[in-house]
Design a protein around this ligand. Structure first.
Ligand code: RET
Length: 284
């Protein structure tokens, strides 16, 4: 049974943000959401500059990691920008009830987190491939790991994308799709742990420490996404809506930007070990 019981199901498979918007959001809830969504894409633009400006600080063989961070930043910037536009046009201030309510009857779309899912479809495989350009696999085969990441990464997101449409109207379907998605996720975690363990072999202690941090960061930040998926079953009012925006934004900054920064730091340590000096002029 759904803990979130809408007044009616007149909005069909719309996500719970819209059902809560029937009664309306307070000034603080609405604005906080808009601000957090804006912060999300602003950080991606800042990250874009970081990854471009630091690319020459690592040896050429590690630079594909920075290139993939740039791809992630550009796609996240654009899709998170559209996600924020979706929020501000889906709800308008209604002076009669002194709240921000669904902008129905106008030319507005309902709100949907789908832009995020489409962003992940690009970013999840990129983030998973990225580490393979910094660490050296000792036992596993590069192409096999890459294919497993690609298969489970896209499988996890597509099944989650379908499931999120049922969060209000059909809890059974919502949990069934969520469970299939989680199976893919568990597979990704296993493969990533293996990659990180193999990467630690034979590298300087400083690099091993960074890889240990990357694993914790990866585990915690990626777990936040299923937490946000479950939000209508954790907090079923305005706090759930704001909580979901906050969770996604923290997760995005950690899993894309901070993760990329740690991989750059690791690549710098490995470049130094390889005898690369960023201050010496390089052949073009
Ligand atoms: C879903 C559906 C419910 C079950 C699980 C999910 C996992 C999502 C994850 C997303 C990670 C996204 C990243 C994006 C970065 O750009 C799809 C919410 C397990 C782990 C890292």
């Amino acid at each position: 049974m759904s803990l979130f019981t809408p007044k009616d199901d007149s909005l069909g498979n719309a996500t719970f943000e819209n059902y809560i918007g029937l009664d309306g959001f307070s000034e603080m809830g609405y604005q906080l959401s808009a601000h957090v969504l804006t912060l999300g894409y602003a950080v991606m633009l800042a990250g874009l500059f970081y990854f471009i400006l630091t690319i020459k600080s690592v040896a050429p063989k590690y630079r594909m990691s920075s290139v993939l961070s740039v791809v992630v930043m550009v796609s996240a910037f654009l899709l998170l920008f559209v996600q924020r536009e979706n929020w501000v046009q889906a709800f308008t201030y209604n002076p009669e009830v002194q709240a921000y309510t669904l902008a129905t009857g106008q030319t507005a779309d309902l709100f949907n987190n789908g832009y995020r899912y489409l962003n992940w479809l690009i970013d999840v495989p990129m983030l998973l491939f990225q580490i393979l350009f910094v660490v050296s696999l000792t036992k596993s085969d590069f192409a096999s790991v890459r294919n497993q990441f690609w298969f489970s990464g896209t499988g996890m997101i597509l099944t989650g994308y379908v499931g999120q449409y049922y969060e209000v109207t059909n809890p059974a379907a919502f949990f069934a799709w969520g469970t299939i998605s989680t199976l893919f996720f568990v597979h990704i975690l296993f493969v990533m742990k293996r990659v990180i363990d193999e990467g630690k072999v034979g590298i300087p202690e400083e690099g091993q420490k960074i890889l240990g941090t990357i694993w914790i960061l990866f585990l915690v930040s990626w777990m936040l996404y299923p937490g946000a998926y479950l939000m209508p079953y954790l907090l079923f009012n305005e706090a759930g809506v704001v909580g979901r925006h906050l969770t996604y934004t923290v997760a995005d900054v950690a899993s894309k930007v901070i993760y990329g920064v740690y991989l750059t730091m690791l690549a710098q340590v490995l470049s130094k070990r390889d005898g690369f000096d960023p201050d010496k002029p390089q052949a073009a």
